[in-house]
Design a protein around this ligand. Structure first.
Ligand code: ACO
Length: 370
């Protein structure tokens, strides 16, 4: 038995939710470029869960269900109030999503119907939790979700307390479409491993959030902004990037296990970063990002991934840096739950083997003789 480090190249599941073939990402057979240009996040949620784009009435029904489910149980809001104010929003989200199960009477109901209803509740309530904690830590009261608003609009509204403008809503909606699913990424794999023991959907999404949080996965978008802020200005880029690479340190937002010729989502976020920067007459982060991209490619042949330009997009939208990864979770919840539902449909426990590299033939010695 020989292990493959990081399971590189191992095909660990079948799925019909999304695929990456020759650098092309598709959700249910639809090219991400097509969806990014035309679909709303709610259409994508429907697509991921039900395998087809919704009709008009199906979309209205899904939006109504999400809207009706967006309020978070009061005891979960109470938990958010008890959390120390300096806790990272991803740690809070992980705890809050786990606690949602305690207040959902259907939490242990494993029927497909109940699991779809729970997927909708999770999708609707994660944005409410993120926005509520973002306000509570600033001593502001949480804002109740607005009936009939899209997830993107509602999130910005609950975060700021004012009506977001159409450009901001559209930009966030597109970012949510782009992050919604990504084949067997680390957090989706974690969620599938969890529910393959026939554990509940809340446990699966809690595992996924804990996995997304890491800087090598979803946490990289916060790392990109931290890097841009640390560099500070365009003339400091050369020294910074060369220094990092010479020290063999990772540059956040670059590289990918699957894409070697470039992440197809990055170009959309790059365009958004430029357009939003131009509109607000703040192209500083965009210009710095472009320069870093060119330098890193020239020196190391690495291309930006989805996290690289999303950092400047969210910053220009006025979103605090430590909410970038929670926004990723708001979007990826759609993919996690689609994969969880798929896993339940055709389940087998996921239990690989490990190559043992430890000591052999050890003999027990009583504690007094060690
Ligand atoms: N900066 C500098 N060097 C890098 C980077 C990077 N961002 N990414 C890869 N490399 C280098 C490695 O040092 C290694 O070089 P070497 O062969 O000279 O030792 C080589 O490229 C291969 O890198 P691995 O880390 O082995 O690649 P792996 O497929 O295991 O990891 C990962 C992929 C985690 C995305 C990696 O590229 C990385 O750490 N990137 C930075 C974090 C990041 O942006 N994560 C977000 C990924 S997208 C997402 O999850 C949403």
């Amino acid at each position: 038995m020989t292990a493959t480090k990081g399971l590189e190249g191992i095909v660990a599941a079948t799925t019909s939710v999304s695929s990456i073939v020759d650098g092309v990402l598709t959700y249910r057979g639809y090219d991400i470029d097509d969806l990014a240009d035309h679909a709303t996040f709610e259409e994508v949620i429907y697509l991921l869960w039900y395998g087809k784009l919704p009709s008009h009435s199906e979309l209205i029904q899904l939006k109504a269900e999400l809207s009706a489910s967006a309020a978070v149980p009061a005891p979960v809001i109470d938990i958010l109030k008890l959390v120390p104010r300096n806790t990272t929003p991803m740690a809070v989200l992980r705890t809050a999503v786990s606690s949602l199960a305690i207040y959902d009477p259907e939490a242990e109901d494993m029927s497909p119907e109940a699991n779809y209803r729970k997927a909708a509740r999770l999708q609707a309530q994660i944005p409410t939790i993120v926005a509520a904690y973002a306000r509570l830590r600033n001593q502001d009261d949480p804002i109740s979700p607005k009936e009939g608003a899209s997830i993107a609009e509602n999130f910005l509204y609950m975060l700021t307390g004012s009506e977001p403008d159409a450009v901001a809503i559209k930009a966030l909606d597109k970012a949510l479409v782009l992050h919604a699913d990504h084949e067997l990424n680390a957090s989706t794999f974690a969620s599938r491993v969890t529910v393959a023991t026939l554990s509940d959907i809340y446990s699966g999404v809690t595992s996924a959030i804990g996995t997304l949080k890491g800087p090598l996965h979803g946490g990289a978008n916060e790392g990109v902004m931290a890097m841009l802020e640390e560099i500070g200005s365009i003339d400091q880029i050369d020294d910074y990037v060369r220094g990092k690479l010479e020290r063999r340190e990772k540059l956040m937002g670059f590289g990918h296990r699957v894409y070697k010729g470039g992440d197809p989502r990055a170009k959309h976020l790059q365009r958004m970063s430029y357009e939003l920067g131009k509109r607000t007459e703040n192209l500083k982060w965009y210009d710095m990002s472009v320069k870093i991209e060119g330098l890193v490619f020239g020196l190391k042949g690495l291309r930006p991934n989805v996290d690289f330009y999303s950092a400047s997009v969210y910053t220009i939208l006025g979103i605090p840096r430590d909410l970038f990864t929670p926004i990723f979770a708001i979007s990826r919840c759609s993919g996690w739950t689609a994969h969880i539902l798929e896993q339940y449909e055709n389940n087998r426990i996921i239990r690989p083997r490990a190559e043992y590299v430890g000591k052999a033939d050890q003999k027990y010695v009583p504690v007094d003789y060690r």
